[in-house]
Design a protein around this ligand. Sequence first.
Ligand code: NBP
Length: 484
Amino acid sequence: MEPKGDIAVIGLAVMGQNLILNMNDNGFTVVAFNRTVSKVNDFLDGEAKGTNIIGAQSVEEMVANLKRPRKVMLMVKAGEVVDKFIEMVLPHLEEGDVIIDGGNSHFPDTIRRTKMLEEKGMLYIGTGVSGGEEGARKGPSIMPGGSPKAWPLVKDIFQAISAKTDSGEPCCDWVGENGAGHYVKMTHNGIEYGDMQLICEAYQLMKEGLGLSTDEMHEVFTEWNKGELDSYLIEITRDILGYKTEEGEVVVEQILDTAGQKGTGKWTGISSLDLGVPVTLIGEAVFSRCLSALKDERVAASKVLKGPGTSFEGDKKVFVKDIEKALLASKLVSYAQGYMLLREAAKEHGWNLNYGGIALMWRGGCIIRSTFLGKIKEAFENNPDLHNLLLDDWFKGVIDDCQASWRKVVQEAIRLGIPVPAFTTALAFYDGYRNPRLPANLLQAQRDYFGAHTYERLDKPRGEYFHTNWTGRGGNTSASTYTV
Ligand code: NBP
């Protein structure tokens, strides 16, 4: 009998099951497999009952049910498990077959796996899938990269199951070679960390600084979601603040204030340090989670360390509007930094990234989805060579409009002793980026003073290096290998 399966999915946890059901809804025949095989039967008897989904009891049976070229998608825990399954599946595949990793793999692993599989004549895709459980079921944002020849083989399936923008475009397109898809997903998650941190800072300013109740803040977020900030994260924050148990308990206020993390924000920070890109807002967002995790230390310190002891004295309504503008301006900086990172990574890895297309992929289905992403797409449509989003007319106009409020919010937060690291770093980046003369001249002098690291001069061509014998004792020999 001819095999019927269009694609196999290994991994029947929340993401795998929902993606399979989504594929089935879109008319594809999916073969399901899982390490714990009993879960295959549970799935077929439960959620998958009455569908065309085929259950496999072994890798052999799974592969035998697939049409050629075979497509096997892994939706399993990232890390060694992916390598283990590749090893298990590989002997049963033939040249031109495709293995797809849809988990949150780290991009260097995807680069390595693509190379290894291509050397064996197979094709590989590493794809970010964003949107959580609901996205997987109803339409996630999908960011595939890897072997370019694999894209036409999976395009129909991926674009059919992906989220769609309001104008019906799929939130899924080819990102680039080897690790590009997972890199873009990692950056997405980093930006998600930044957006969440900004929202949390706005919440703390309103709660501690202005003394607003959760009901009042629910109203504020309801309003914000009707304007430029309209986004999934503002929407769920509105709902969280409005959520009460039957007994009237405001659940968010009962939650322990220590944030967890799974590593994608940290990976983004590490990559930005490796590439020398100042992605400061995501860095602060990761560190803020780390600081929150020091709960016991913070509680102890709160009894010893004093703040300014000041309180807010202005017009609360006006200040809430200022916070909205500070949030928007900071968010713009965060996305500009994220795109700076993508640009540098593309240069480093030889990826030809479609920047507007990436904004479109994030437009629907994923956690950072927002109307504002349409503006990023427009910015790259207007100028495909745009060097920095902050230089786009729309971005510049918004920052001009928000700047006074942004500065007021940061000043007031500092006056009140309320930590707003993401708002602050965004503003510091903005002021640094627009400054033609930073104090790095002094820094270079210091480096040259203690380590003879040399410096370039304003009045000489770039690439010509000078050393000063600052103390009269150091001599005129400059360092060639010692770098600080
Ligand atoms: P998990 O990340 O919890 O992984 C569960 C799957 O991995 C199951 O099939 C499990 O098999 C298998 N597995 C594990 Br755990 N250890 C294994 C091992 N040592 N050997 C073989 N198989 C093993 O599932 P998920 O939350 O559905 O996520 C799947 C992927 O998608 C992950 O990479 C995740 O980071 C990514 N992702 C998740 C979300 C989300 O919202 N959850 C969103 C976006 C992306 P078993 O049933 O036999 O234990």
